[in-house]
Design a protein around this ligand. Sequence first.
Ligand SMILES: Cc1cc2nc3c(=O)[nH]c(=O)nc-3n(C[C@H](O)[C@H](O)[C@H](O)COP(=O)(O)OP(=O)(O)OC[C@H]3O[C@@H](n4cnc5c(N)ncnc54)[C@H](O)[C@@H]3O)c2cc1C
Length: 410
Amino acid sequence: MNIQTGSYYWPNTFPDAPAYPPLAENITCDVLIVGGGSSGAQCAYYLAKEDLNVVVIDKGQIGRGSTSTNTCILQYSGEKKFTDLVQTFGDDYITRHLQLCQQAIDDIEAACQEISYDAEFKRRDTLYNVSEEKDQLGLQKECEWLQERGAPVAWVTEEWIGNHYSFQKPGAIYSRNDGEMNPFIFTHGLMEFAHRNGVKIFEDTAMVGEHYEENIPVIKTNQGSSIRAKVVIYAAGYDAMEIKTEKKARFVSTYTVTTEPVDDFIGWYNHTLIWETARPYIYLRTTKDGRIIIGGLNEDTAKPEERDKKLVHKRDQLLREIHVRFPGITVSSAYYSAAFYGGMVDGLPMVGMYHPYPNSYFLLGYGDNGTVYSMVLAKLIKDRIVKGRSDDIKLYEPHRPLTKKRLYKS
Ligand SMILES: Cc1cc2nc3c(=O)[nH]c(=O)nc-3n(C[C@H](O)[C@H](O)[C@H](O)COP(=O)(O)OP(=O)(O)OC[C@H]3O[C@@H](n4cnc5c(N)ncnc54)[C@H](O)[C@@H]3O)c2cc1C
Protein backbone atom coordinates (compact mmCIF):
# COMPACT_ATOMS: atom_id res chain seq x y z
CA MET A 1 0.00 0.00 0.00
CA ASN A 2 1.29 3.46 -0.88
CA ILE A 3 0.50 4.95 2.54
CA GLN A 4 2.13 8.39 2.36
CA THR A 5 4.14 10.90 0.39
CA GLY A 6 6.00 14.15 1.08
CA SER A 7 8.70 15.16 3.53
CA TYR A 8 8.81 14.03 7.17
CA TYR A 9 10.05 15.95 10.18
CA TRP A 10 10.48 13.22 12.80
CA PRO A 11 13.20 11.06 11.14
CA ASN A 12 15.35 14.22 10.81
CA THR A 13 15.30 14.64 14.60
CA PHE A 14 17.19 11.35 15.01
CA PRO A 15 19.61 10.88 12.09
CA ASP A 16 21.72 8.31 13.98
CA ALA A 17 18.87 5.91 14.65
CA PRO A 18 20.07 2.30 15.11
CA ALA A 19 19.95 -0.08 12.14
CA TYR A 20 19.25 -3.81 12.27
CA PRO A 21 20.28 -6.58 9.83
CA PRO A 22 17.99 -8.58 7.51
CA LEU A 23 17.06 -12.15 8.47
CA ALA A 24 18.96 -14.60 6.25
CA GLU A 25 18.38 -17.91 8.11
CA ASN A 26 15.43 -20.01 9.24
CA ILE A 27 14.52 -19.47 12.89
CA THR A 28 11.89 -20.39 15.49
CA CYS A 29 10.47 -18.19 18.24
CA ASP A 30 7.65 -17.84 20.75
CA VAL A 31 6.26 -14.60 19.31
CA LEU A 32 6.86 -13.01 15.91
CA ILE A 33 5.88 -9.36 15.48
CA VAL A 34 5.36 -8.38 11.84
CA GLY A 35 5.93 -4.61 11.60
CA GLY A 36 8.48 -2.29 13.20
CA GLY A 37 6.42 0.89 13.59
CA SER A 38 5.26 2.28 16.91
CA SER A 39 2.65 -0.50 17.32
CA GLY A 40 5.23 -3.26 16.79
CA ALA A 41 7.60 -1.44 19.15
CA GLN A 42 4.90 -1.19 21.84
CA CYS A 43 4.36 -4.98 21.59
CA ALA A 44 8.13 -5.61 21.65
CA TYR A 45 8.48 -3.39 24.74
CA TYR A 46 5.87 -5.32 26.73
CA LEU A 47 7.00 -8.77 25.55
CA ALA A 48 10.68 -8.00 26.24
CA LYS A 49 9.81 -7.97 29.93
CA GLU A 50 8.57 -11.57 29.75
CA ASP A 51 10.47 -14.83 29.54
CA LEU A 52 9.80 -15.27 25.83
CA ASN A 53 11.82 -15.61 22.64
CA VAL A 54 10.55 -12.67 20.56
CA VAL A 55 11.38 -11.62 16.97
CA VAL A 56 10.43 -8.43 15.08
CA ILE A 57 10.62 -8.10 11.28
CA ASP A 58 10.04 -5.00 9.16
CA LYS A 59 9.94 -4.87 5.38
CA GLY A 60 11.81 -1.54 5.49
CA GLN A 61 13.33 0.42 8.35
CA ILE A 62 12.06 0.85 11.91
CA GLY A 63 9.61 3.72 12.28
CA ARG A 64 9.43 4.70 8.61
CA GLY A 65 5.76 3.87 8.06
CA SER A 66 2.92 6.06 9.31
CA THR A 67 4.92 6.43 12.53
CA SER A 68 6.94 9.05 10.59
CA THR A 69 3.86 11.12 9.68
CA ASN A 70 2.14 10.74 13.05
CA THR A 71 1.62 14.17 14.63
CA CYS A 72 1.62 12.32 17.96
CA ILE A 73 -0.96 14.17 19.95
CA LEU A 74 -1.75 11.84 22.87
CA GLN A 75 -5.38 12.05 23.94
CA TYR A 76 -8.14 9.79 25.18
CA SER A 77 -10.90 11.78 23.45
CA GLY A 78 -11.31 10.74 19.84
CA GLU A 79 -12.99 11.74 16.62
CA LYS A 80 -16.21 10.02 17.71
CA LYS A 81 -17.44 11.48 20.97
CA PHE A 82 -17.73 9.17 23.99
CA THR A 83 -21.41 10.13 24.22
CA ASP A 84 -21.88 8.85 20.65
CA LEU A 85 -19.93 5.65 21.35
CA VAL A 86 -22.22 5.03 24.34
CA GLN A 87 -25.19 4.91 21.95
CA THR A 88 -23.60 1.96 20.15
CA PHE A 89 -21.81 0.10 22.92
CA GLY A 90 -23.38 1.12 26.23
CA ASP A 91 -22.12 3.16 29.14
CA ASP A 92 -20.08 0.60 31.11
CA TYR A 93 -18.33 -0.54 27.96
CA ILE A 94 -17.24 2.96 26.95
CA THR A 95 -16.37 4.00 30.50
CA ARG A 96 -13.94 1.06 30.56
CA HIS A 97 -12.56 2.10 27.14
CA LEU A 98 -11.95 5.61 28.54
CA GLN A 99 -10.11 4.18 31.56
CA LEU A 100 -7.92 1.99 29.34
CA CYS A 101 -6.99 4.97 27.14
CA GLN A 102 -6.16 7.13 30.18
CA GLN A 103 -4.02 4.30 31.56
CA ALA A 104 -2.29 3.94 28.17
CA ILE A 105 -1.11 7.58 28.27
CA ASP A 106 0.32 6.91 31.74
CA ASP A 107 1.97 3.75 30.37
CA ILE A 108 3.49 5.69 27.45
CA GLU A 109 4.89 8.23 29.93
CA ALA A 110 6.35 5.40 32.06
CA ALA A 111 7.87 3.72 28.99
CA CYS A 112 9.48 7.03 27.97
CA GLN A 113 11.21 7.10 31.35
CA GLU A 114 12.55 3.55 30.86
CA ILE A 115 14.08 3.97 27.39
CA SER A 116 17.55 5.28 26.61
CA TYR A 117 16.52 8.12 24.26
CA ASP A 118 14.56 11.32 24.94
CA ALA A 119 11.22 10.78 23.16
CA GLU A 120 10.21 14.38 24.01
CA PHE A 121 7.16 13.21 25.98
CA LYS A 122 5.37 16.12 27.59
CA ARG A 123 2.05 16.40 29.39
CA ARG A 124 -0.13 18.95 27.62
CA ASP A 125 -3.60 20.38 28.09
CA THR A 126 -6.05 20.31 25.19
CA LEU A 127 -8.47 22.94 23.93
CA TYR A 128 -11.26 21.07 22.08
CA ASN A 129 -13.27 23.96 20.71
CA VAL A 130 -16.77 24.31 19.31
CA SER A 131 -16.48 25.32 15.64
CA GLU A 132 -20.12 26.29 15.11
CA GLU A 133 -22.93 27.12 17.57
CA LYS A 134 -24.83 23.98 16.51
CA ASP A 135 -22.07 21.79 18.00
CA GLN A 136 -22.13 23.48 21.40
CA LEU A 137 -24.78 21.45 23.21
CA GLY A 138 -23.28 18.12 22.10
CA LEU A 139 -19.81 19.12 23.27
CA GLN A 140 -21.14 20.39 26.61
CA LYS A 141 -22.83 17.03 27.17
CA GLU A 142 -19.54 15.31 26.31
CA CYS A 143 -17.81 17.48 28.91
CA GLU A 144 -20.40 16.54 31.56
CA TRP A 145 -20.07 12.80 30.72
CA LEU A 146 -16.30 13.02 31.14
CA GLN A 147 -16.60 15.00 34.40
CA GLU A 148 -18.98 12.38 35.83
CA ARG A 149 -16.26 9.79 35.20
CA GLY A 150 -13.60 11.84 36.95
CA ALA A 151 -11.76 13.04 33.84
CA PRO A 152 -9.85 16.31 34.45
CA VAL A 153 -11.94 18.47 32.08
CA ALA A 154 -13.71 21.83 32.38
CA TRP A 155 -16.04 23.80 30.16
CA VAL A 156 -14.57 27.16 29.07
CA THR A 157 -16.56 30.06 27.62
CA GLU A 158 -16.11 32.29 24.58
CA GLU A 159 -14.83 35.04 26.87
CA TRP A 160 -12.26 32.75 28.52
CA ILE A 161 -11.00 31.61 25.11
CA GLY A 162 -10.74 35.23 23.92
CA ASN A 163 -8.70 36.11 27.02
CA HIS A 164 -6.24 33.25 26.53
CA TYR A 165 -5.88 32.91 22.75
CA SER A 166 -5.69 35.20 19.74
CA PHE A 167 -8.90 33.66 18.35
CA GLN A 168 -12.46 33.35 19.55
CA LYS A 169 -14.71 30.28 19.57
CA PRO A 170 -18.16 29.81 21.13
CA GLY A 171 -16.88 27.43 23.85
CA ALA A 172 -14.58 24.47 24.43
CA ILE A 173 -13.65 21.51 26.58
CA TYR A 174 -10.37 22.31 28.30
CA SER A 175 -8.78 19.03 29.35
CA ARG A 176 -5.68 18.45 31.41
CA ASN A 177 -3.16 15.64 31.36
CA ASP A 178 -3.08 14.77 27.67
CA GLY A 179 0.35 14.59 26.04
CA GLU A 180 2.62 14.88 23.04
CA MET A 181 5.88 13.22 22.00
CA ASN A 182 8.23 12.40 19.15
CA PRO A 183 6.91 9.11 17.70
CA PHE A 184 10.07 8.22 15.74
CA ILE A 185 12.38 8.46 18.77
CA PHE A 186 9.76 6.72 20.94
CA THR A 187 9.64 3.81 18.49
CA HIS A 188 13.43 3.52 18.30
CA GLY A 189 13.67 3.84 22.07
CA LEU A 190 11.23 0.97 22.64
CA MET A 191 12.97 -1.17 20.01
CA GLU A 192 16.40 -0.52 21.53
CA PHE A 193 15.00 -1.39 24.98
CA ALA A 194 13.53 -4.62 23.58
CA HIS A 195 16.75 -5.49 21.72
CA ARG A 196 18.79 -4.95 24.88
CA ASN A 197 16.41 -7.33 26.64
CA GLY A 198 16.81 -10.13 24.10
CA VAL A 199 14.30 -9.35 21.33
CA LYS A 200 15.75 -10.03 17.86
CA ILE A 201 15.03 -7.30 15.30
CA PHE A 202 15.40 -7.58 11.52
CA GLU A 203 14.97 -4.78 8.98
CA ASP A 204 14.52 -5.18 5.19
CA THR A 205 12.72 -8.43 5.95
CA ALA A 206 9.21 -8.56 4.51
CA MET A 207 6.67 -11.23 5.27
CA VAL A 208 5.69 -12.57 1.83
CA GLY A 209 3.56 -15.58 2.76
CA GLU A 210 2.40 -17.83 5.55
CA HIS A 211 1.21 -21.38 6.11
CA TYR A 212 0.30 -23.41 9.16
CA GLU A 213 1.73 -26.71 10.38
CA GLU A 214 -0.82 -28.11 12.85
CA ASN A 215 -1.93 -24.55 13.61
CA ILE A 216 1.66 -23.34 14.11
CA PRO A 217 2.28 -20.30 11.86
CA VAL A 218 5.28 -20.46 9.53
CA ILE A 219 6.08 -17.08 7.96
CA LYS A 220 8.13 -16.77 4.75
CA THR A 221 10.27 -13.71 4.14
CA ASN A 222 11.59 -11.97 1.04
CA GLN A 223 15.11 -12.95 2.22
CA GLY A 224 14.32 -16.62 1.52
CA SER A 225 14.22 -17.32 5.26
CA SER A 226 11.29 -18.60 7.29
CA ILE A 227 10.14 -18.05 10.88
CA ARG A 228 8.21 -20.66 12.82
CA ALA A 229 6.38 -18.92 15.66
CA LYS A 230 4.00 -20.11 18.36
CA VAL A 231 2.16 -16.79 18.01
CA VAL A 232 2.23 -14.04 15.37
CA ILE A 233 1.25 -10.42 16.05
CA TYR A 234 0.52 -8.47 12.89
CA ALA A 235 1.43 -4.86 13.71
CA ALA A 236 1.79 -3.85 10.07
CA GLY A 237 -0.15 -0.57 10.36
CA TYR A 238 -2.40 0.23 7.43
CA ASP A 239 -0.46 -2.37 5.37
CA ALA A 240 -2.13 -5.05 7.51
CA MET A 241 -5.11 -4.76 5.16
CA GLU A 242 -2.94 -6.33 2.45
CA ILE A 243 -2.57 -9.41 4.65
CA LYS A 244 -6.18 -9.63 5.90
CA THR A 245 -9.00 -7.27 4.97
CA GLU A 246 -11.18 -6.07 7.85
CA LYS A 247 -14.59 -4.78 6.74
CA LYS A 248 -14.85 -2.29 9.62
CA ALA A 249 -11.61 -0.48 8.56
CA ARG A 250 -11.91 2.60 6.39
CA PHE A 251 -9.31 4.97 4.94
CA VAL A 252 -9.29 8.67 4.17
CA SER A 253 -6.52 10.99 3.03
CA THR A 254 -5.05 13.50 5.45
CA TYR A 255 -2.43 16.27 5.33
CA THR A 256 0.13 17.78 7.68
CA VAL A 257 2.56 20.70 7.73
CA THR A 258 5.48 21.17 10.11
CA THR A 259 6.68 24.77 10.13
CA GLU A 260 10.15 26.21 10.57
CA PRO A 261 10.75 27.15 14.23
CA VAL A 262 8.80 30.29 15.14
CA ASP A 263 10.04 33.23 17.23
CA ASP A 264 7.19 33.39 19.71
CA PHE A 265 3.86 31.65 20.32
CA ILE A 266 1.88 34.90 20.57
CA GLY A 267 -1.77 34.21 21.44
CA TRP A 268 -1.26 30.48 22.10
CA TYR A 269 -2.01 29.75 25.75
CA ASN A 270 0.20 27.18 27.47
CA HIS A 271 1.27 25.38 24.25
CA THR A 272 -2.05 23.53 24.39
CA LEU A 273 -3.02 20.88 21.90
CA ILE A 274 -5.87 22.34 19.84
CA TRP A 275 -8.63 20.68 17.84
CA GLU A 276 -12.25 21.30 17.01
CA THR A 277 -15.73 19.94 16.33
CA ALA A 278 -15.75 20.81 12.59
CA ARG A 279 -15.56 17.86 10.19
CA PRO A 280 -13.14 17.62 8.53
CA TYR A 281 -11.26 19.09 11.49
CA ILE A 282 -7.83 20.57 11.92
CA TYR A 283 -5.55 20.06 14.90
CA LEU A 284 -2.38 21.80 16.08
CA ARG A 285 0.54 21.24 18.44
CA THR A 286 3.98 22.66 19.08
CA THR A 287 7.34 20.84 19.12
CA LYS A 288 10.33 20.83 21.43
CA ASP A 289 12.34 22.94 18.95
CA GLY A 290 9.61 25.59 18.59
CA ARG A 291 7.74 24.49 15.46
CA ILE A 292 4.02 24.23 14.85
CA ILE A 293 2.55 21.01 13.46
CA ILE A 294 -0.89 21.36 11.92
CA GLY A 295 -2.86 18.51 10.38
CA GLY A 296 -6.26 17.55 9.06
CA LEU A 297 -8.37 18.76 6.14
CA ASN A 298 -9.15 15.11 5.40
CA GLU A 299 -10.43 14.06 2.00
CA ASP A 300 -12.68 11.09 1.54
CA THR A 301 -10.41 9.21 -0.87
CA ALA A 302 -8.15 6.18 -0.55
CA LYS A 303 -6.56 6.63 -3.99
CA PRO A 304 -2.90 7.76 -3.74
CA GLU A 305 -3.03 9.84 -6.94
CA GLU A 306 -6.11 11.78 -5.80
CA ARG A 307 -4.56 12.25 -2.34
CA ASP A 308 -1.23 13.50 -3.67
CA LYS A 309 -2.48 15.93 -6.32
CA LYS A 310 -4.01 18.07 -3.54
CA LEU A 311 -0.85 18.14 -1.41
CA VAL A 312 0.47 21.61 -2.29
CA HIS A 313 -3.00 23.17 -2.12
CA LYS A 314 -3.60 21.55 1.30
CA ARG A 315 -0.21 22.75 2.56
CA ASP A 316 -1.16 26.34 1.71
CA GLN A 317 -4.62 25.93 3.21
CA LEU A 318 -3.15 24.58 6.48
CA LEU A 319 -0.72 27.52 6.69
CA ARG A 320 -3.70 29.87 6.27
CA GLU A 321 -5.51 28.04 9.08
CA ILE A 322 -2.55 28.84 11.37
CA HIS A 323 -2.65 32.49 10.32
CA VAL A 324 -6.41 32.78 10.96
CA ARG A 325 -5.92 31.61 14.56
CA PHE A 326 -2.53 33.18 15.26
CA PRO A 327 -2.08 36.34 13.16
CA GLY A 328 0.83 37.37 15.41
CA ILE A 329 2.92 34.29 14.51
CA THR A 330 4.86 34.29 11.22
CA VAL A 331 5.14 30.78 9.78
CA SER A 332 6.68 29.04 6.79
CA SER A 333 6.50 25.39 5.85
CA ALA A 334 9.53 23.14 6.50
CA TYR A 335 7.97 19.67 5.92
CA TYR A 336 4.62 18.68 4.48
CA SER A 337 2.99 15.38 3.68
CA ALA A 338 -0.11 13.58 2.50
CA ALA A 339 -1.00 10.24 4.05
CA PHE A 340 -3.70 7.65 4.39
CA TYR A 341 -5.28 7.59 7.74
CA GLY A 342 -7.25 4.58 8.94
CA GLY A 343 -10.17 4.38 11.30
CA MET A 344 -12.85 1.88 12.31
CA VAL A 345 -16.42 2.65 11.25
CA ASP A 346 -17.74 2.09 14.77
CA GLY A 347 -15.04 4.26 16.39
CA LEU A 348 -13.09 1.66 18.39
CA PRO A 349 -9.73 0.09 17.53
CA MET A 350 -9.55 -3.68 17.06
CA VAL A 351 -7.62 -6.83 17.87
CA GLY A 352 -8.43 -9.08 14.92
CA MET A 353 -8.47 -12.81 15.65
CA TYR A 354 -9.67 -14.64 12.58
CA HIS A 355 -10.42 -18.31 12.06
CA PRO A 356 -8.14 -18.79 8.99
CA TYR A 357 -5.18 -17.33 10.96
CA PRO A 358 -4.68 -19.58 14.02
CA ASN A 359 -2.51 -18.26 16.87
CA SER A 360 -2.41 -14.83 15.24
CA TYR A 361 -3.46 -11.38 16.44
CA PHE A 362 -3.99 -8.43 14.11
CA LEU A 363 -3.26 -5.27 16.10
CA LEU A 364 -5.41 -2.65 14.38
CA GLY A 365 -4.90 0.48 16.46
CA TYR A 366 -6.74 2.50 13.83
CA GLY A 367 -8.16 5.91 14.68
CA ASP A 368 -7.04 9.44 15.46
CA ASN A 369 -5.58 8.26 18.78
CA GLY A 370 -3.69 5.42 17.09
CA THR A 371 -0.62 5.66 19.33
CA VAL A 372 -2.74 5.49 22.48
CA TYR A 373 -4.96 2.71 21.09
CA SER A 374 -1.93 0.63 20.11
CA MET A 375 -0.54 0.97 23.65
CA VAL A 376 -3.87 -0.36 24.98
CA LEU A 377 -3.97 -3.24 22.51
CA ALA A 378 -0.28 -4.19 22.84
CA LYS A 379 -0.75 -4.64 26.61
CA LEU A 380 -3.95 -6.68 26.22
CA ILE A 381 -2.35 -8.95 23.60
CA LYS A 382 0.68 -9.42 25.88
CA ASP A 383 -1.65 -10.38 28.77
CA ARG A 384 -3.51 -12.82 26.54
CA ILE A 385 -0.24 -14.47 25.40
CA VAL A 386 1.41 -14.56 28.83
CA LYS A 387 -1.54 -15.15 31.20
CA GLY A 388 -3.76 -16.99 28.72
CA ARG A 389 -6.58 -14.47 29.25
CA SER A 390 -7.49 -10.81 29.12
CA ASP A 391 -11.05 -9.77 29.96
CA ASP A 392 -10.64 -6.36 28.36
CA ILE A 393 -9.53 -7.72 24.97
CA LYS A 394 -13.21 -8.59 24.35
CA LEU A 395 -13.96 -4.86 24.03
CA TYR A 396 -11.85 -4.77 20.89
CA GLU A 397 -12.67 -8.08 19.17
CA PRO A 398 -14.09 -7.88 15.63
CA HIS A 399 -17.52 -9.14 16.76
CA ARG A 400 -17.73 -6.78 19.70
CA PRO A 401 -20.90 -7.06 21.77
CA LEU A 402 -23.50 -4.44 20.86
CA THR A 403 -26.19 -2.96 23.07
CA LYS A 404 -29.68 -4.49 22.82
CA LYS A 405 -30.98 -1.23 21.36
CA ARG A 406 -28.49 -1.42 18.54
CA LEU A 407 -29.01 -5.16 18.00
CA TYR A 408 -32.73 -4.68 17.51
CA LYS A 409 -32.16 -1.75 15.17
CA SER A 410 -29.84 -3.62 12.78
C1 LIG B 1 -1.05 12.19 9.31
C2 LIG B 1 -1.31 11.34 10.50
C3 LIG B 1 -1.41 11.92 11.74
C4 LIG B 1 -1.64 11.14 12.86
N1 LIG B 1 -1.72 11.77 14.06
C5 LIG B 1 -1.90 11.03 15.16
C6 LIG B 1 -1.91 11.66 16.43
O1 LIG B 1 -1.81 12.88 16.55
N2 LIG B 1 -2.03 10.88 17.53
C7 LIG B 1 -2.12 9.52 17.44
O2 LIG B 1 -2.24 8.85 18.47
N3 LIG B 1 -2.14 8.89 16.25
C8 LIG B 1 -2.01 9.60 15.11
N4 LIG B 1 -1.98 8.99 13.90
C9 LIG B 1 -2.05 7.54 13.85
C10 LIG B 1 -0.63 6.98 14.05
O3 LIG B 1 0.22 7.50 13.08
C11 LIG B 1 -0.63 5.50 13.89
O4 LIG B 1 -1.54 4.96 14.82
C12 LIG B 1 0.70 4.89 14.18
O5 LIG B 1 1.75 5.55 13.53
C13 LIG B 1 0.64 3.51 13.66
O6 LIG B 1 1.83 2.88 13.83
P1 LIG B 1 1.94 1.41 13.27
O7 LIG B 1 3.17 0.84 13.84
O8 LIG B 1 0.67 0.67 13.49
O9 LIG B 1 2.06 1.61 11.70
P2 LIG B 1 3.35 1.96 10.85
O10 LIG B 1 4.17 3.03 11.44
O11 LIG B 1 2.89 2.16 9.44
O12 LIG B 1 4.22 0.64 10.96
C14 LIG B 1 3.89 -0.55 10.29
C15 LIG B 1 5.20 -1.20 9.88
O13 LIG B 1 4.88 -2.48 9.32
C16 LIG B 1 5.81 -2.72 8.28
N5 LIG B 1 5.23 -3.73 7.39
C17 LIG B 1 4.12 -3.62 6.64
N6 LIG B 1 3.89 -4.77 5.95
C18 LIG B 1 4.90 -5.61 6.29
C19 LIG B 1 5.25 -6.93 5.89
N7 LIG B 1 4.52 -7.63 4.99
N8 LIG B 1 6.37 -7.50 6.41
C20 LIG B 1 7.13 -6.82 7.31
N9 LIG B 1 6.85 -5.55 7.70
C21 LIG B 1 5.75 -4.95 7.21
C22 LIG B 1 5.99 -1.35 7.61
O14 LIG B 1 7.21 -1.28 6.92
C23 LIG B 1 5.93 -0.40 8.81
O15 LIG B 1 7.22 -0.04 9.29
C24 LIG B 1 -1.77 9.75 12.75
C25 LIG B 1 -1.68 9.14 11.50
C26 LIG B 1 -1.45 9.92 10.38
C27 LIG B 1 -1.34 9.25 9.05
